[in-house]
Structures are given as C-alpha cells and as structure tokens.
Design a protein around this ligand. Sequence first.
Ligand code: SAM
Length: 286
Amino acid sequence: MYIITQLILAPIRNLIAHILKLRKFNAIERLGADPLGSAAGRPREFFLQLAQEAARASFPEIDNVEKTYGESIDKCWLDEVAFHTQVVVKDAELNYQHGRLLYSVFSYYLKNRGSSNDCVYVFETGTARGFSAVCMSKALRDKNVQGVITTVDILPHDVPMFWNCVDDLDGRKSRREILNPWKEYLSSVIFVQQETLSAVSSLAFPRINFAFLDASHTFEDVLAEFSFVQKHQKKGDMIVFDDVTPAHFPGVVSAVEEISRQANYKVDLIEAGQDRGYAIATRLME
Ligand SMILES: C[S@@+](CC[C@H](N)C(=O)[O-])C[C@H]1O[C@@H](n2cnc3c(N)ncnc32)[C@H](O)[C@@H]1O
C-alpha cells in the first residue's frame, strides 16, 4: 500500500517541485553573476564622500512628514545603514529619504492602531539590499511590537555577489552578510526571492497592516501588487508607494492616480523635489 501511494504521489511531487522551480526567479541565472554591477574598483574614500554629501542634503518635505506623523528615525543609525545599502554608484543624486518617511509613517501606524496585541504584518515589494525592510523593522523594535515583514525581490538573500556598494571592496557578499551588523533587526524579516507577480499569487497573509511597494515600477505591476494588498487590509491600514515621480516613473504615477479615484483609500502625495515623490494611502473602510 505504501509503495502504491508513493508511486502515485511521486509525479505529483515532481510537478509541484517543477512549478516552484519555474516560479522562483533566479536573478543570477537570468541576469548573470552580478546583476547590480560591481563597485569593487572604487576607493573607499569615494563612498565616504558620496555618503557625506547624501547625509548633508536637506529635505524639508520629509521634515514635514516627520512633524505630521510625530515620529522620526535616529539619523546616525539611518546614515550608517544607508552607507552600506544606499550609497551606490549611479548617475542620479543619492536619496534615501524613504527610510525616514517609512519609519515615521509606520511608527505612527504602530502607535495608533487599535488592537495593540495582534501581530503586525508588513508586505514589501523590492528588497534590494534590505534598507527599507531594516528601517521598518527598527520601527517595530522601537515600538516594541511583534510583527513580520515579508519582503520580495528577484535578488537572492544568500548568494554572494557584488551589490554596487562599499561592501564590494571586501569581495562578493550575500545580502545576509551585508546586513549582518543589523542582524537583530532581521529576526522579524522574511526574505522571499520571487517576482512580485508570482509572489502575489502564491503568498498568504492573515492581514497586511502596512505595505511598501517599491519593486517593478510599471502601471500593471503596481496595480497588481495594490490589488493583492487591498484584499488583506482593514480600515486604517496603510500602503506607501515609492517613486511617484512623473518624470521618471509615469507608470507608478498613473497607478496611484487610478487608486486615488477609488473611494476606499485616502491618498496623500509627498513631493520631495522634482526627482522623488511618494504616496501614502490609508484605507478608509473595512
Ligand atoms: C528601487 S529597488 C528597491 C529599493 C529598496 N526598497 C530599498 O529601499 O533599498 C527595486 C528592487 O526591486 C526589484 N525588482 C524589480 N522588479 C521586480 C519584480 N518584478 N519582482 C521582484 N523584484 C523586482 C529589483 O531587483 C530591485 O532590487
């Protein structure tokens, strides 16, 4: 009987394994060993200078967000995480103010949510090097709230590669290794390597109290991610959209406009200069 059951189950198991393998996007296989490029040839001073410039810049719009929500992240802590996860080689100016915004808005949410003992579920699309996930995890810790942050990216968590950042000077590292100095923040984070469209059709959540959408910036993908998130939200739950910036990401802007036209979310737009915009959506009804 056991052998017959195994014979019947084997092809089903193989089929499931095959589907899971298809679904799991392997960035290394598809994009090569270092999908983000390497910054290994740059001197350390190059990164220190970039970091100093980024840390010195002022962002009055984000100061206002912190005033409005009554919460602000420790700047030294933020700058140190950003040095390893946001200070990268790129043409555009560095801007990691979404870390301040996320911390502020999420901390406000945690402080004001009604049922204070329930676990809080966060869904993030677009992990990259883990900066935004760690900032949200800090809010959970600082507010002493039990929560789980599920973050999805096509990039792997445990495969050594170059990340186009200062850590490249030590050779290839996994994301887990880059984030090791902040490992106490990782116990509440689940890293999922998947395309978001496949993630939203396979992940299960009891609720998504808070979401940060920052992966693929196309109209269709942002709406698909939103549509998944909204099915799991209740009154007062929130979604933050990054890169609501007409000049660079018209797809994100159109998706957010479409969402604003629906009556079930209040959408606040935050413009932080010409090059970076955000949207904060709050669920109005159950
Ligand atoms: C702007 S970065 C995210 C930045 C990150 N939230 C942070 O604060 O550091 C976008 C990330 O989304 C990932 N990504 C892009 N399209 C994706 C898709 N369709 N599915 C999953 N991840 C995707 C990229 O690999 C990249 O790491």
